[in-house]
Ligand binder design. Structure first.
Ligand SMILES: [Zn+2]
Length: 182
């Protein structure tokens, strides 16, 4: 769990110009989002908020590492993250309607009467977008795969075994058993 308050920016009281925030995101932050792509994290997101009259310009810089499982062999892998995302928050009269019709994912509308901006969901989303689609062990210095070869061989053997087994429709199997009883 996290305290919602820790991820709210009271932007109304800010002066026009740049303001910087730093968010350290560990395991407990991602548990709230039930993130399953990694099991531990050491991430810092630096958020630069530029306040302008009528809109806010946000830049999220994601950096750090996550501990994940290799998709090929199941070994633990440290994955380096580095990415940057921009958002524009516009202050308008009818934010709900505007958000529903806005096609640009980088633009978000907030009511003019609003005083706080909640950023936790974006922090999560941008970390998730920084992750590679597939996570593999790093190659060894000689260029060979760094994956656990023993595990890969066992997996390969299992795969071959299951290919040998003829696929039998369970209904035929059941009928076969009935026949045997006669
Ligand atoms: Zn691996």
């Amino acid at each position: 769990m996290y305290r919602k308050k820790d991820y709210e920016i009271a932007f109304v009281g800010l002066t026009i110009g740049n303001h910087t925030y730093e968010y350290k995101l560990g395991k407990s932050f991602f548990e709230v989002y039930k993130a399953s792509q990694f099991f531990d994290s050491n991430i810092t997101v630096t958020l630069t908020l530029q306040k302008n009259a009528g809109f806010l310009q946000l830049k999220f810089e994601v950096g750090g590492t996550v501990a994940a499982t290799c998709d090929r062999c199941g070994n633990d892998v440290q994955v380096q993250l580095w990415d940057e995302f921009n958002m524009i928050v516009k202050l308008v009269e009818n934010p709900q309607q505007m958000n529903e019709t806005e096609e640009d994912a980088d633009i978000y509308y907030l009511a003019r009467t609003e005083s706080h901006l909640f950023v936790a969901d974006w922090l999560y989303e941008f970390v998730a977008l920084s992750l590679p689609h597939q996570i593999y062990c790093e190659n060894l210095p000689d260029g060979q795969s760094g994956c656990n070869q023993e595990v890969l061989e066992k997996l390969q053997a299992l795969r071959l075994e299951s290919e040998d087994e003829p696929s039998v429709n369970p209904i035929w199997k059941a009928l076969e058993k009935l026949k045997d009883k006669k």
